[in-house]
Design a protein around this ligand. Structure first.
Ligand SMILES: Nc1nc2[nH]c(I)nc2c(=O)[nH]1
Length: 269
């Protein structure tokens, strides 16, 4: 078994012991600035800094380590990841997907990923709007898997869970998420390329985590994946405004409470 899978098993065991839970049912990964969404998922019975668990990368900002909340939501044991490791932090793809692999090793078979993203369709999207991810285009130039384990990605984002999401919120739009490495935002020419490629959203996370979830582990079945983007800015060149990361985070926080209500109805299913 690869070192990355061994580290995930070790982190899962440490998590089970710290949380006093033998097996978990679902994991929710929340992008930065999303604590209000986490609050809607329930009162945590435990909250663990990822730096206290094996295999997690150091925080991008000193003193702001990612945290994992253990909550019970609809009778299910749920891991809520506050923050994630991004590829642009330079720790490699295993670090980016370690949280998802740890969740799989801890028994999780439903993974909900959320992110903040740029919108490529200002003609139909509104900033502050959550969008259901229907598929992704991995343009990071990287990949978390090696070896001859071939993974079917024809339904990377669960049709069953997407139906449940649309039933819970019929106003939800859907879109294709383009994952780029970052840390730069795109040039206007790159945004025009992404629109031509059929992308509707652009961000710097999610796709590699989805790939890891759909591969599963040597001793864990693949997880179903549901993912949402929160459009927090119009992508470069599509409006006359420059990208300001502080504004972007403010939009995310404003809408996170609404997303929390949506997640709270979906996670128990
Ligand atoms: N690549 C990329 N990532 C993003 N994250 C957010 I929030 N907005 C963007 C964006 O416009 N481009």
């Amino acid at each position: 078994m690869s070192d990355a899978f061994v580290r995930a098993a070790e982190a899962a065991q440490a998590l089970r012991e710290r949380a006093g839970v033998a097996s978990f049912d679902a994991a929710v990964v929340l992008g930065s600035g999303w604590v209000p969404a986490a609050d809607a998922l329930g009162t945590p019975s435990a909250e663990i800094a990822v730096t206290d668990l094996p295999g997690f990368a150091p925080p991008a900002v000193a003193g702001h380590a990612g945290r994992i909340r253990v909550v019970e939501c609809g009778g299910r044991h749920v891991l809520v990841f506050l923050g994630r490791t991004h590829l642009y932090e330079g720790h490699g793809t295993d670090a980016v997907v370690h949280g998802v692999r740890t969740a799989l090793a801890a028994g999780v078979r439903t993974v909900v990923l959320t992110n903040a993203a740029g919108g490529l369709r200002p003609e139909t999207q509104r900033v502050g709007e959550p969008v259901l991810i229907s598929d992704h285009i991995n343009l990071t130039g990287d990949h978390p898997l090696t070896g001859a384990t071939f993974v079917d990605m024809s339904e990377a984002y669960s049709a069953r869970l997407r139906d449940l999401a649309r039933t819970a919120d019929p106003s939800l739009a859907e879109g294709v998420y383009a994952a780029l490495r970052g840390p730069t935002y795109e040039t206007p020419a790159e945004i025009r390329m992404l629109r031509t490629l059929g992308a509707d959203l652009v961000g710097m996370s999610t796709a590699l985590e989805t790939i890891a979830a759909r591969r599963g582990l040597p001793d864990a079945e693949p997880a179903e994946v549901l993912a949402f983007s929160l459009v927090t800015n119009v992508a470069a060149g599509l409006s006359d405004r420059h990208l300001d990361h502080a504004e972007v985070l403010a939009e995310g926080r404003a809408a996170a409470a609404r997303m929390g209500a949506l997640l709270a109805t979906l996670v128990p299913k």
